[in-house]
Write a protein that binds this ligand. Structure first.
Ligand SMILES: [Mg+2]
Length: 252
């Protein structure tokens, strides 16, 4: 069946995170500075220890439930553990999340091929984006910053709907919004156990972008990826650069 729609993962597919994990410490420092400004009295090292404890517990739970609690939740739980009673919907949690996201965004850049490829595909296919990210506003701000929103008919962010890839719900929601059936859509992403596994489970075709020869999975990242090997999820095609995509889609 002819391809009508192309869905993209965002991080490390269309946008790249510079220097691996380097964003984490400075982003966490900004978050902590913001909390101190709002009256939270704890030193950075203690805050960091409790933050990672909470974050890792939430990650472990997410791996089973495929839920995506908003980043504010980990802030409020960290604060609760430090003896402060702020909910995930509090201004204190929201401001701290913003501080983290602003710093993280400084480490994100466009892939050299992204604009050109999206321009080529736009108009020819219905385009959508499905991202696993616990700070949806950060994704929206990055799409604005790089002027990418105009290419997408639909944008689905896990933190908005509390479901993350590879859960079928997030893919099905995207397909429904695009008004295409799975056999008419292709998913493009860099993480086999989320992008490829999830797309295949709802009977979409999938294309893996593998820029490096070996995948390095980094569980300690804001864009959390489970340990995996990429063989068992068998994408339909593998590309090394986004610029390969327009031709590949022609014979999908
Ligand atoms: Mg990705």
């Amino acid at each position: 069946m002819k391809v009508k729609a192309v869905l993209f993962d965002l991080f490390d597919t269309l946008l790249l995170i510079k220097k691996g994990e380097e964003f984490y410490e400075p982003s966490l420092r900004k978050l902590h500075e913001n909390l101190v400004k709002n009256g939270i009295e704890t030193d950075f090292e203690n805050f960091k220890r409790v933050y990672f404890e909470v974050r890792d517990e939430l990650y472990a739970k997410s791996a089973e439930t495929l839920e995506e609690p908003h980043f504010n939740t980990r802030i409020s739980q960290t604060l609760n553990r430090l003896g402060y009673n702020y909910s995930a919907s509090s201004k204190v949690a929201a401001e701290a999340t913003d501080a983290f996201a602003k710093e993280f965004a400084c480490y994100v850049c466009l892939d050299d091929d992204t604009l050109d490829v999206l321009q080529k595909l736009h108009g020819k296919y219905r385009l959508g984006m499905v991202s696993n990210f616990a700070i949806p506003d950060c994704v929206r701000n990055l799409l604005d910053k790089f002027d990418l929103k105009k290419f997408f008919a639909i944008i689905v962010i896990s933190g908005d709907i509390n479901r993350r890839k590879p859960s079928p719900e997030i893919f099905q929601r995207a397909l429904r919004k695009l008004k295409v059936c799975p056999s008419e859509a292709v998913f493009v992403g860099d993480t086999p156990s989320m992008d490829i596994k999830g797309a295949k489970a709802v009977a979409m075709k999938s294309i893996l972008i593998r820029r490096k020869t070996t995948l390095t999975d980094a569980p300690n990242t804001v864009v959390w990826k489970p340990p995996e090997n990429d063989v068992k999820h068998n994408p339909d095609r593998v590309i090394k650069r986004l610029r390969e995509l327009p031709d590949i889609l022609e014979d999908c």
